[in-house]
Design a binder for this molecule. Structure first.
Ligand code: SF4
Length: 329
């Protein structure tokens, strides 16, 4: 059994100071639903756990104004049940409801959810398999192995692991930002810049510097009611996305004035389908225009031996999501 220290600061400042003092061997613990899982698999081997659950300022949930504010410690279930999100921003509510199980949603925090790590089996189960994310420089077993679940966008020769989350995909379509606290103070980062492409360093997954933690997520001026999070998976509950699409539309005088499309389950980070969004502007939403947008969204996909099916499945998922969102306009 590995010995570890435990700290439970009650302010964000104290948490940052503890993180700084502990250095690389420390891990922040919120809901613990991912961290404990990975500790059991020896993927995570922290020397110190910094439990941030006593920091009240991180639990603020305010969806009453023009800007939606989510403290990093807000539980997934609490945000999913928020009446205004359910009524006016279904893309966000649905992304939360369709993730994990009720028990996990009761525990898991929104900040932790954004930072959850890949479900690549070679990463999680390790030896004897090569994995550059778990053991930099060792290779990538997925490239020649079982890669049905892996990415068709954003991969590199070093890693093709899929980003597994749903909420971040929905937030990406909403142009969300994250507030980050660290030794240098507070900074704000577009969510689009939080998750890093694997490149040559797939072990470096986010733009968080050592000693930093996410304090809040904010969505200013969100596109709302005509939206959905459409998630396709191997079973209807408690499964990660094979393909998902977050879609939000603004339709004026019968034509699309704003289109947001983000993709999950297909890329190494939450993925924005910008070309498909631009294609839709000024068009009427019909099954044909939706299908064409879906096709455009998956242009340039780089498939592996076992996941070429994701291209067609993804195009149809986007098309269906557009029609579902359009019915709410
Ligand atoms: Fe590791 Fe990434 Fe390859 Fe999976 S895809 S084995 S996480 S390097």
């Amino acid at each position: 059994m590995q010995k570890l220290d435990y700290a439970r600061p009650v302010t964000t400042g104290a948490a940052i100071a503890t993180l700084r003092e502990a250095g690389f061997g420390a891990r922040v613990m919120a809901g613990g639903t991912t961290l404990y899982d990975l500790m059991k698999l020896d993927v995570e081997t922290p020397q110190r756990i910094i439990d941030i659950n006593a920091i009240e300022e991180l639990s603020r949930l305010d969806t009453s104004g023009d800007t939606l504010e989510f403290g990093a410690l807000v539980r997934m279930a609490d945000a999913a049940e928020d009446p205004r999100l359910k009524a006016e921003f279904p893309i966000l509510s649905e992304a939360l409801w369709k993730a994990a199980s009720q028990q996990l949603r009761n525990m898991a925090s929104l900040g932790g959810n954004l930072l959850q790590r890949t479900r690549c089996a070679y990463f999680r189960h390790g030896e004897p398999f090569a994995c550059n994310k778990r053991n930099p420089g060792s290779g990538c077993a997925a490239l020649e192995g079982a890669n049905r679940n892996h990415a068709i966008f954003g991969g590199s020769e070093a890693c093709i692991a899929t980003y597994p989350g749903d909420f971040a995909v929905a937030l990406l379509a909403m142009d969300a930002v994250v507030d980050i606290e660290g030794p240098g103070g507070t900074r704000t980062l577009p969510l689009a810049d939080l998750h890093l492409l694997p490149g040559d360093t797939p072990d470096v997954e986010t733009a968080l510097d050592p000693g930093e933690l996410i304090s809040a997520i904010r969505v200013a001026d969100p596109v709302g009611r005509a939206s959905t999070y459409h998630k396709i998976r191997d079973r209807e509950s408690y499964a990660f996305a094979m393909v998902s699409a977050g879609v939000a539309l603004r339709i004026e005088e019968g034509r699309i004035a704003d289109a947001r499309i983000s993709l999950g389950g297909v890329a190494t980070t939450p993925w924005r389908a910008g070309d498909a969004e631009r294609h839709l502007l000024g068009l009427r939403l019909t099954p044909e225009t939706a299908a064409e947008a879906g096709r455009i969204a998956f242009e340039g996909a780089r498939t592996q031996t076992h996941n070429a099916f994701k291209t067609d499945l993804g195009a149809r998922t986007v098309a269906d999501a557009l029609m579902i969102a359009g019915e709410k306009a």
